[in-house]
Write a protein that binds this ligand. Structure first.
Ligand code: SAM
Length: 256
């Protein structure tokens, strides 16, 4: 059993029967859990650093899965052969790094044959959603959770022939979100998550209330500067805060 709500949500998204590669696997908790559950018949635990690679090897051996889970050293998706796995999971890193890994892997053909990406950026979620959108990966589901005082978003993206068309509907949003125009509405969905925006549960509201508090603190610091640039940035922050407040204020049925 996993002792982490975050990793449990990620594991729950992985398709039954999927051969999985967990990139940046550290202790290999996720691949071990997927094999233990019977979700995955085999797995690769990719690690770029020696310490975590060793931890992964130990975790795999302790679980008795040396025959089905292989720890490999390498940067991102370079540890994979095209067609070797069905699902790639990348969790616990910043969104910018996840995008760098995905893009390098895509260009090297490492995503060929991969039909599912389960991603959990710690920050920069909008960068990951944008990459998925640009490359025709349909964001089928997303979840938000709180663990140890931190908020985490988990994305389940699948490759399907109608991916672009489905994403167009998902991000198009007619009628426009809370009165925003098409592009502003798309940006808001990339930042807050199109599905999370629809359901707007308690954790979602708590995360964004906490973001508002952070933005207000920055806004207050900027208020002390006389520079025009600071004034402009403060106004941008104020607009951002107002938009988030508007989202939190309206009921789920107001947004499509
Ligand atoms: N995925 C685990 C989780 O979610 O609990 C571990 C997350 S840990 C914070 C991030 C791990 O990613 C580290 O062990 C680090 O060595 C590894 N990592 C960072 N960049 C990487 C890359 N380019 N390729 C493979 N692993 C990487």
């Amino acid at each position: 059993m996993l002792n982490s709500k975050r990793l449990t949500v990620i594991a729950d998204y992985v398709s039954q029967g999927a051969r999985v590669a967990d990139i940046g696997s550290d202790h290999a908790l996720l691949p071990v859990e997927l094999v233990r559950r019977g979700t995955s018949p085999s797995a690769v635990a990719g690690e770029v650093n020696d310490g975590p690679l060793e931890a992964a090897r130990k975790g795999i051996a302790a679980a008795g899965f040396n025959d089905v889970i292989e720890a490999r050293k390498g940067n991102g998706l370079e540890v994979l052969q095209p067609g070797e796995v069905d699902t790639v999971t990348i969790a616990g890193m910043g969104g910018a790094l996840i995008v760098t890994i995905l893009e390098a892997g895509r260009l090297a053909g490492k995503l060929e044959g991969v039909s599912q990406l389960v991603l959990q950026p710690n920050v920069g979620e909008e960068l990951v959603r944008e990459w998925l959108l640009e490359h025709g990966w349909y964001l089928a589901e997303e979840a938000i959770l709180e663990e140890d005082g931190k908020y985490y978003e988990v994305m389940n993206a699948i490759r399907q022939p109608s991916g672009d068309a489905d994403n167009k509907i998902l991000y198009g949003g007619e009628p426009p979100l809370i009165g925003l125009g098409g592009e502003a509405s798309r940006k808001l969905k990339l930042s807050m998550g199109p599905w999370l925006l629809q359901s707007r549960g308690e954790v979602f509201a708590a995360k964004w209330r906490s973001e508002i508090r952070k933005l207000r603190r920055i806004e207050a610091q900027m208020a002390q500067s006389e520079l025009d640039e600071a004034k402009e940035r403060r106004e941008a922050f104020s607009r951002e805060i107002a938009t988030i407040e508007e989202v939190l204020a309206c009921t789920p049925t107001d947004i499509s």
